[in-house]
Design a protein around this ligand. Structure first.
Ligand code: FES
Ligand SMILES: [Fe+2]
Length: 372
């Protein structure tokens, strides 16, 4: 199969997806994981999403606050993905027990006193137009946050979601895999402007690259990437010669062993041309931003989509044979260990890491495009 770079392309033939060919090599990392976009959860909406092989039910109360809960009703176990929101309560469809904003049962469907029972809420945050749920293998409460993105223009963000075999860690590792930007993405030159820095749960990549723009030729692009845990990248891409600025949130969530959802949210603007008088410059910036936001988002998604066939079919190698020009894969792998249970010794030496050439079985799976 020739990997397609088309935005929204269905990939259903060719190399076997990793989750069908290999046993899972990496567990779900600890930390925040994006399960939805803000726009998917209007007040009163109930959504079921997967995280680490389990259902999570998200709902938005009428007062606008969002909740995430484990899926089964504490009364007799109905799935709360079928529930409805009444005011700020979640009402189970089976016996219509209602659960208040703090999760406690506040009434039954029979008008009898409610039992001492409560939903198990999960930590949830709404940041950068996305909804993140916290998961930690030992139940630890959140000890870090994903920061809000900076202001960029006044257009709403655009977003898209894909589902495929793969690991969130590979999505994050992509940002430090300096070599592949040339060989897979077609940058003629791409180099680090400074060494990649790792600090606590974050890392920072600064690159200067040459990119070919449709109709506009080859231009220098400044790329700043911040990684937060193993599930969220914030990328700032600036093309000074063209006045183009794009800020994207790239989010990878392990929905099940060896399977992930990939989300991208982007904001875009054309800067105000300094040669024009201020009022005209503002109008030019607004008009061009509006005209180019859609094509630039598609361009950005197609750029990222070059990685999808690689991620969804690749094997996780705990001992890769690295070469000069690869970028700091080793330091990244060492940094990433903090997001896994310590008794699994980290991704460099995880037990159960598949041996090269081994092809056990799993569920059939392809890469699907999912409209949020
Ligand atoms: S199972 Fe939910 S109300 Fe009975
Ligand atoms: Fe890539």
């Amino acid at each position: 199969m020739r990997p397609s770079r088309k935005f929204g392309q269905v990939i259903n033939q060719g190399p076997t997806p990793g989750d069908a060919a290999l046993p899972p090599a990496l567990p779900c990392p600890d930390g925040w994981a994006a399960l939805a976009f803000t726009a998917e959860l209007k007040p009163g909406t109930v959504l079921t999403r997967q995280l680490a092989g389990e259902d999570v039910v998200l709902y938005r109360q009428r007062d606008g606050r969002i909740r995430a809960t484990r899926p089964y009703c504490p009364h007799l176990g109905a799935h709360l993905g079928l529930a409805e929101v009444a005011g700020n309560d979640l009402v189970c469809p089976f016996h219509r027990f209602a659960f208040g904003p703090d999760g406690r049962c506040v009434r039954t469907g029979y008008g009898t006193p409610p039992p001492k029972a409560a939903l198990t809420h999960l930590p949830v945050r709404e940041v950068n137009d996305a909804v993140f749920v916290w998961r930690h293998h030992d139940g630890r409460e959140p000890d870090w946050e994903i920061p809000a993105w900076h202001v960029l223009g006044d257009l709403p963000s655009r977003h898209a979601t894909w589902e495929m075999a793969g690991y969130a860690q590979d999505v994050m590792e992509n940002a430090v895999d300096v070599g592949h930007f040339r060989t897979l993405h077609g940058w003629s030159r791409g180099e680090l402007a400074a060494p990649v820095s790792f600090d606590g749960v974050t890392f920072h990549v600064s690159m200067r690259v040459q990119e070919q723009f449709p109709l506009l030729g080859r231009r220098q692009v400044e790329v700043e990437v911040d990684g937060y845990g193993l599930s969220c990248l914030h990328t700032d891409v600036h093309t000074p010669a063209l006045g183009l600025e794009m800020c994207s949130l790239v989010m990878a969530t392990m929905t099940a062993p060896g399977r992930m959802q990939f989300r991208q949210a982007s904001r875009f603007r054309v800067t105000e041309p300094s040669r024009l008088p201020p009022a005209l410059a503002r109008t030019a910036s607004r008009t061009l931003s509006r005209l180019l936001a859609g094509p630039m988002f598609r361009f950005s998604c197609e750029f990222t989509a070059a990685d999808f066939p690689i991620w969804s079919t690749k094997q996780y190698l705990s001992r890769p044979r690295l070469a000069a020009g690869d970028g700091p894969i080793g330091p990244f792998r060492r940094w990433s260990r903090q997001f896994y249970p310590p008794n699994q010794t980290g991704p460099l030496t995880l037990p159960g890491t598949p041996v090269e050439g081994e092809h056990p079985h799993g569920q059939a799976a392809g890469t699907r495009y999912v409209r949020p």
